[in-house]
Design a protein around this ligand. Structure first.
Ligand SMILES: CCCCCCCC/C=C\CCCCCCCC(=O)N[C@@H](COP(=O)(O)O)[C@H](O)/C=C/CCCCCCCCCCCCC
Length: 218
């Protein structure tokens, strides 16, 4: 099975990812960047356990996570505690390329936007997984979710490569096993718990970006 090659510290566990997404929201519904990137790190572990064909996707996600981690650990790290404070800081200090790529090609705002769009893919995919039946195909669920979300922002060549990678996704039983939660009923229950959290983080970020006209950052 694809997941068995992962060493223990690299082994994915959906429960851990769920825990990080639980920590993402502050009392006043701000999104903590530290936990947001930790959630993505957990998901990348899962992706890596599916094999090297997903390497180009994993690499892009890791690069983007690293950009945000560098901001968090950098001299202005206190401005990057929440997505809300990051947006305010970068906009107030003109650190975002708003219409075309220029002197800030890797702003926190545009980098997070790419992961934010991927979070929508995740939400759609997990909902399909949750409501799927034993004979549902993960490749089809993944492709449909991708076409409704991330694909809208990707050029043909990326869409093509992603489509080819989806074809080698393991079937639903093996996929559920890699999720490392337990029997299918437990996976479905866990997904039911995870989805509202992921949706809330997505919605809050979406509204913040819409309010500041940041949804189309180059
Ligand atoms: C809970 C268990 C089940 C779900 C586990 C899912 C694990 C997924 C982990 C990571 C997902 C990858 C996130 C990819 C972020 C892509 C960001 C992006 O759009 N990047 C493109 C644009 O970047 P810039 O050029 O503007 O800097 C970049 O061009 C992308 C390149 C790579 C291709 C991205 C394809 C994304 C497909 C997402 C589906 C992943 C398939 C996972 C299969 C389970």
């Amino acid at each position: 099975m694809a997941g068995s090659v992962a060493s223990d510290d690299q082994k994915f566990c959906l429960t851990e990812v769920l825990d990080t997404f639980k920590l993402c929201l502050s009392e006043n519904k701000e999104v903590y960047l530290e936990h947001y990137v930790a959630g993505w790190r957990g998901l990348v572990k899962f992706l890596n356990s599916l094999g090297s064909v997903f390497g180009f996707i994993s690499k892009d996600a890791v690069n983007k996570i690293q950009v945000l981690v560098n901001y968090l650990n950098g001299e202005n790290g206190s401005q990057y505690v929440t997505v809300q404070s990051m947006v305010k800081y970068e906009l107030d200090n003109e650190l975002v390329d708003l219409t075309k790529r220029g002197s800030h090609p890797e702003s926190g705002c545009r980098t997070l936007l790419r992961l934010h769009r991927a979070l929508r893919w995740l939400e759609l995919f997990l909902e399909r997984l949750r409501t799927s039946t034993e004979d549902s195909k993960t490749s089809v669920m993944c492709a449909e979710s991708y076409n409704e979300s991330l694909a809208l922002y990707h050029p043909w060549v990326v869409r093509k490569a992603a489509g080819m990678a989806f074809c080698v996704l393991p079937g639903r039983p093996a996929f559920f096993e890699v999720m490392n939660v337990g029997p299918p009923e437990q996976v479905v229950a866990m997904l039911g718990e995870a989805l509202p959290l992921i949706s809330e983080v997505y919605q809050i970020t979406e509204e913040l970006y819409a309010q500041h006209l940041l949804l189309d950052l180059p």
